[in-house]
Structure formats: structure tokens, C-alpha cells
Design a protein around this ligand. Structure first.
Ligand SMILES: O=C(O)C(=O)[C@@H](O)CO
Ligand SMILES: [Mg+2]
Length: 259
């Protein structure tokens, strides 16, 4: 059985954020992730992890102005200073939370910025972050996010783009975050793709498609996918990053199904 984690930005939203840790633990999870920790003092989040014997699996580098629609700043040439400051902030949180992986959102490419400029900015920023994070023993994840439904214009929208970036940066701690939901939309052929990409995959997330709800609501055969993840010898976390179609607790049938 894969090691499942709960994404607290999407699961257990029936309760306040800080109360979601206990709900995740009660449901059987041993790991949690969420979009961003920065609204809360790191020590307060650490307390929640300790109180509920949970591992902090992942969070994202500061993404720019999320509420205004920004989805990362790593490809933006006029935001390099802000990106670098964000790496320091993320490291400070990761140290307190004992978190060994952070995800870098590549960002939406503005029409005013050329493809090559955006790519070179991304390469330079990821290289910078990788070096700083390596000193802390932290892996930098890069997620391919679908540009068809959820994030039109996102810089890294295929596993091939992420692999090209990993190759160019050439650092041992830069790895692929494979989100089954995004990959089903962009590429399909999930099991064979994961088997091929396994050497580069550091983190897996999932939701069914269409709808981004729990397993069983869409077209992905999760029994087979989870079995394949086990069979390929993947040892990282597999995070439930879906919007429950009803109450979160009622969406967790897939979890007891694989116990
Ligand atoms: O949207 C997703 O998928 C995510 O994993 C977010 O955490 C953004 O990276
Ligand atoms: Mg994801």
C-alpha cells in the first residue's frame, strides 16, 4: 500500500485550517501537505504536527500574489529578488516543520515575456533554489500542471518540460512532482508513464478526472494505479489532493479499500 498523505488545502475544509490536522490523523493519514504555511507561525504548525503525530510531507515556495491569480514567480524575470527571498522563507519553515520537500510553482508566462527569457529565468531560479535547499537536505519538486483546464499559460505543463528543466539544472535534489490528475488531462497512459519517469519522481499527488474529486468519481482506475505504484517500488508519499464531492470523511472509501 502506498504511503498516503492528506492535502489540507483541499481535504477537511469543513473545519478551520488548524483543526484539519487532527481530522487527517483520525481518518488514518500519517502525513500532510498543504499549499502554503506562511499565514501561520511555523511553531504553531509544528505543534499541530506533533500533537497528531503527523509528518509534513510538502508545501510550496511563496507563489507571488496567489489571490490576484499569480501561480508562482519562478519564470518572471522582474521578480528574481522576490523569488530568492521566498527560498529563504521556505527554508526557515521547512527547518521548523522537519519538511524534506518543497514544490516550486513555475508560474504563468506573461505574453510580454519571451519564451526563451522565461525559460532562462526559470533555469536560473531553480538552480539557485536547488543549491540552497541541498545544503538543508531538502528536495526541490517541480510539478507539471495542466494548461487545458486549470492553469492556461502555466510554464511547466508536461512531464517532458519538467524533465528538460531537471536535465538543464542538473542537480541531484531537483525532482518531478507527478500529479495523476494533471497528467491524465495532459498525457494519459499513467501507469506506463510513471514506470518510465520513476527515477525522477519524488512526490505523487492524485485526484480523479474529470472534476478533480475523489477516486471513483471519474475515469482513472485507482486500484490498478495504486497497485502499480507499489509494484514499481516507489517509496515516496502519495498525496490525496482532490476536492471531495461531499463531506471529506465520506470521500475516503478509496483509503479503506487499499488498507
Ligand atoms: O495544483 C496542484 O496540483 C498543486 O499541487 C498545488 O500545490 C500547486 O502546486
Ligand atoms: Mg498537484
Amino acid at each position: 500500500m502506498p504511503r498516503f498523505a492528506a492535502n489540507l488545502s483541499m481535504l477537511f475544509t469543513e473545519v478551520d485550517f488548524l483543526d484539519r490536522f487532527a481530522r487527517a490523523r483520525a481518518a488514518g493519514f500519517r502525513g500532510v501537505e498543504y499549499l502554503f504555511p506562511y499565514e501561520y507561525p511555523a511553531e504553531q504548525l509544528r505543534q499541530q504536527l506533533d500533537d497528531n503525530q503527523l509528518t509534513q510531507v510538502l508545501f510550496n515556495l511563496p507563489p507571488g500574489d496567489w489571490d490576484a491569480g499569480e501561480r508562482g514567480i519562478a519564470c518572471l524575470p522582474d521578480r528574481v529578488e522576490e523569488f530568492r527571498a521566498g527560498v529563504d522563507t521556505a527554508i526557515a519553515y521547512a527547518q521548523v516543520l522537519g519538511c524534506k520537500q518543497v514544490n516550486c510553482l513555475a508560474g504563468l508566462k506573461p505574453a510580454t515575456v519571451g519564451d526563451d527569457t522565461a525559460w532562462q529565468t526559470l533555469v536560473a531560479n531553480v538552480s539557485y533554489a536547488a543549491e540552497k535547499l541541498a545544503a538543508e537536505g531538502i528536495t526541490l519538486c517541480l510539478e507539471a500542471i495542466n494548461s487545458r483546464v486549470d492553469m492556461p499559460g502555466f510554464m511547466l505543463d508536461t512531464s517532458g518540460r519538467v524533465l528538460a528543466l531537471i536535465e538543464e539544472v542538473d542537480a541531484d535534489n531537483v525532482r518531478l512532482q507527478y500529479d495523476l490528475y494533471h497528467m491524465q488531462i495532459m498525457e494519459g497512459d499513467l501507469i506506463r508513464s510513471m514506470e518510465c519517469l520513476k527515477p525522477w519522481i519524488a512526490h505523487i499527488q492524485f485526484a480523479d478526472n474529470p472534476g478533480r474529486h475523489q477516486p471513483g468519481t471519474g475515469e482513472i482506475n485507482f486500484s490498478n494505479v495504486f497497485a502499480a505504484i507499489d509494484q514499481m517500488g516507489y517509496e515516496g508519499w502519495v498525496s490525496a489532493e482532490y476536492r471531495p464531492s461531499g463531506e471529506t470523511d465520506d470521500s475516503l472509501g478509496w483509503l479503506s479499500g487499499v488498507k
